[in-house]
Design a protein around this ligand. Sequence first.
Ligand SMILES: NC(=O)c1ccc[n+]([C@@H]2O[C@H](COP(=O)([O-])OP(=O)(O)OC[C@H]3O[C@@H](n4cnc5c(N)ncnc54)[C@H](OP(=O)(O)O)[C@@H]3O)[C@@H](O)[C@H]2O)c1
Length: 310
Amino acid sequence: MTNYLNNPTSKSAMRVVVFGGYGQLGTDIVNELRSNKIDAIPLSHDDVDITDSAHVSRLIEEYSPDIIINSAALHKVDECESNPQKAKAVNMDSVENLAMICKEKDMILLHISTDYVFDGKSQEPYTEQDTPIPINVYGKTKLQGEQRIQEIGCKHFILRVASLYGNKASTQKKGNFVETMLKLAKTKDELSVVDDQYMTPTATLHIAKQIIPLIKTDEYGIYHCTCEGSCTWYEFAKEIFRLSDISIKVIPVDSSAYPANFERPRYTVLENSNLKKHRINIMPHWKEAIKQFISERRIIENKDKVEVET
Ligand SMILES: NC(=O)c1ccc[n+]([C@@H]2O[C@H](COP(=O)([O-])OP(=O)(O)OC[C@H]3O[C@@H](n4cnc5c(N)ncnc54)[C@H](OP(=O)(O)O)[C@@H]3O)[C@@H](O)[C@H]2O)c1
């Protein structure tokens, strides 16, 4: 079944407000919506603190969108652990507020969630049918956000994404794994990278592209949305350097080499079961996605070099 986004005669201009719209994923979502001729309004943390429910309500009243996308979150896992009140306020309470507004105004909420809702004890990819059991404050508060949306019962898409990298690095984490590896390789001869955590590196560009066919349906619910395949961070680092023609020694280590104030799930590979069920899964294999990312990054770098030289 399709909703009015698919029917150009039913609505002249579709409008989408994107909280976290200047973040790593939000930036690609806004660009992709605009390339599909959808009116996208990005909101930054400076524009509005999502925990300020009155301000959020006023902006939604003002913009009157058809869809609200929420990519804003407190996702620094260590900060969530040391400041659970703040994590709850951003990842649960403000999501609850958005869901209530959407329910009241009959708007659609597309909310970005995480693979960290799972405990990582599985040995095979998690589907949307598996029971989430988060093991840290970040995962717990993101799951609570999901649950409040479901309880309130607004029209919703909940997208669980994982291990993101994009052209605009995470504004909160001040980077992403790919940029960190490439930067470290400039000053180091060898790097120790964790080889006991399995995940699927996922380019934000492909999530943004996947959102377009998804919002053209009215198949509301939870969706796993990651690239295909899986690897460890060590394997991902090796592939980044191979594709970038960088020769550097990469040493596989256990997570215990990098102690943290939170527990990390060891295996958070997600299966895009629901996207496949609805025959709209367009997520590529992680190796294909990183190859495309590195090659486009090189084109941009070379263009920048030429512009500086001329
Ligand atoms: N990055 C990953 O690997 C990863 C993995 C799984 C799931 N996710 C989820 O993906 C989403 C997007 O992540 P991302 O990688 O695009 O990170 P990002 O670049 O840090 O984007 C998140 C945005 O939310 C904004 N934000 C944070 N607190 C806010 C608040 N109280 N009010 C308004 N805006 C606020 C941040 O602004 P400031 O930086 O200015 O505070 C930031 O621009 C998040 O929901 C995250 O939970 C990310």
